[in-house]
Structure formats: structure tokens, C-alpha cells
Design a protein around this ligand. Structure first.
Ligand code: PEP
Length: 255
């Protein structure tokens, strides 16, 4: 359980530098004075510099959507965690389902990306989740374990404080189908007990992601196993994003 809610906006391949800068300026004006919510955003790579410079000196953390397992070399199209750190980037998503399904990233590669992000001092937000077919065939826990185990194998007592898990059922991402409260609670409990079996230095931090919007967020965030949310579509519409932040601000932590 985290002492504050955590809301992360995944902008995906939206908001290029020209749109990202005014968006970040509006966030700076309206979302900095939160009392119980940390607000983080992940612009696309091309907008990182603009957003990081706009939000520099504010409590809003800027993250990348992916990070490479090497620090430099012949890896066309990839981004070193050292370069991200130079830009003022504080964290990176790893293993988002779009990376796994559209770009073929394996759980082993996700673990290597996580390991190198942690070595560079970044926080890693590790995304895991089952497809609809895997849920229907009762494979949810097996899939979560297969995706989480290689990551936990590269986390140690020092780096555990910089690992966050995002449970994102693939069938709920960008579809408008949100998981039921029971499904979220069961998956989060499973992730927490898997994390606890490793005797790491701090408790698991687990976010929910998948079609979160201002209409469903409050009841999700009230689940005691939910530390916050990873949000796609609703994070690039400023009104919805500000509403989600207000809902988090109204929700006591640990409810
Ligand atoms: C995501 O991209 O991680 C996500 C959860 O998207 P959406 O909120 O649009 O379902």
C-alpha cells in the first residue's frame, strides 16, 4: 500500500511536441497542488524533451513508454535509460501489452528492460495482464506468474522500491470494457502474494489499467488492493484527466 494514490497517464503515440507543450502547461497550472495523489505522465519519445522541460521543477513526473536493456549500441529505434535520465525522465513503462502483442516483446526481454531501467536509477512500471482467451480458459494467474516471475528475478532489495506493477487485462485496454471489481481484486491479490513470496524490502505497489474513466474510477480506487491507475485514452483529454485527478483527491488512501 502506497501512502498516496498514483495516477499515470499513458499518452501512447499521441500528443506530438507541438500539442504536448500546451497540454503540459495546462497540467502545470491545474494539477500540481495535489494533497494525496501523485500525477505522472508518459509522452511519446518525440515529446519527452518538451514535456520534461515544461514540467521541470513541478511534482509531476515524466516517464518514457519503453526503455532498452542496453545503455548504448546498435539498437536502431530504441532508447537508452541513460539518455532518458539526461532528459530528466524519472520512470519508464515496460511490457505494455501493445509492446508485447504488436511488437513481440517477450517476458524475458521485459525483465531485461526492467533490470537496465533500475540500474540507471529509473523507476520501472511493469505492465502485465491476460488476454480475453486466457481469462476464459482460466489461465489468468498462470499468465500473470509467467510475466511477473522474470521481472522479480531481476529485482533486489535495493531496487524493489523503484518497481511498480500495473495490472492491465489486455481485453480491457482501449475497449471500454472495464474489469469487474472482483476480477481486479482477485488479480491484485495474486500479484501482491507473488511479490510477498520474494521477501522484498517493501510491499507491492499495484495499479489497475484498462478503460479507466471518471465514471468508473472512484469504485476501483476504493479497493484496498489498488494503489492507483494507469490510464490511456482518458489521460489525453484534459477534462477527463483533471476529473480523474479530482476523484483521486476525494478518495481516502487505503480505502
Ligand atoms: C493503457 O494504455 O495502458 C490503457 C490502460 O489504456 P486505456 O485506459 O485507454 O484502456
Amino acid at each position: 500500500m502506497r501512502p498516496r494514490h498514483l495516477l499515470i497517464g499513458n499518452w501512447k503515440m499521441n500528443l506530438g511536441p507541438k500539442e504536448a507543450r500546451p497540454f503540459a502547461r495546462e497540467l502545470k497550472a491545474k494539477a500540481c497542488a495535489t494533497s494525496r495523489t501523485d500525477v505522472w505522465v508518459t509522452p511519446p519519445t518525440a515529446s519527452l524533451e518538451a514535456v520534461a522541460s515544461e514540467l521541470s521543477g513541478t511534482p509531476i513526473a515524466v516517464g518514457a513508454q519503453n526503455v532498452h536493456w542496453a545503455n548504448a549500441g546498435a539498437f536502431t529505434g530504441e532508447t537508452s535509460p541513460l539518455f532518458l535520465a539526461d532528459l530528466g525522465v524519472k520512470f519508464s513503462l515496460v511490457g505494455h501489452s501493445e509492446r508485447r502483442t504488436l511488437f513481440g516483446e517477450t517476458s524475458e526481454q521485459v525483465a531485461q528492460r526492467t533490470k537496465n531501467a533500475l540500474s540507471a536509477g529509473l523507476t520501472a512500471v511493469v505492465c502485465i495482464g491476460e488476454t480475453e482467451a486466457e481469462r476464459t480458459s482460466q489461465q489468468t494467474e498462470a499468465v500473470l506468474l509467467e510475466q511477473l516471475t522474470p521481472v522479480l528475478d531481476v529485482v533486489d532489495a535495493n531496487s524493489a522500491v523503484r518497481v511498480i506493477v500495473a495490472y492491465e487485462p489486455v481485453w480491457a485496454i482501449g475497449t471500454g470494457k472495464v474489469a469487474s471489481l472482483q476480477e481486479i481484486q482477485d488479480a491484485h491479490r495474486f500479484i501482491i502474494s507473488t511479490w510477498n513470496s520474494r521477501k522484498l524490502s517493501r510491499p507491492a505497489v499495484v495499479l489497475y489499467g484498462g478503460s479507466v474513466n471518471p465514471g468508473n474510477f472512484s469504485e476501483i480506487l476504493r479497493l484496498p488492493e489498488v494503489d492507483g491507475a494507469l490510464v490511456g485514452g482518458a489521460s489525453i483529454k484534459i477534462d477527463q484527466w483533471l476529473s480523474l485527478i479530482s476523484i483521486a483527491e476525494e478518495t481516502p488512501v487505503g480505502q
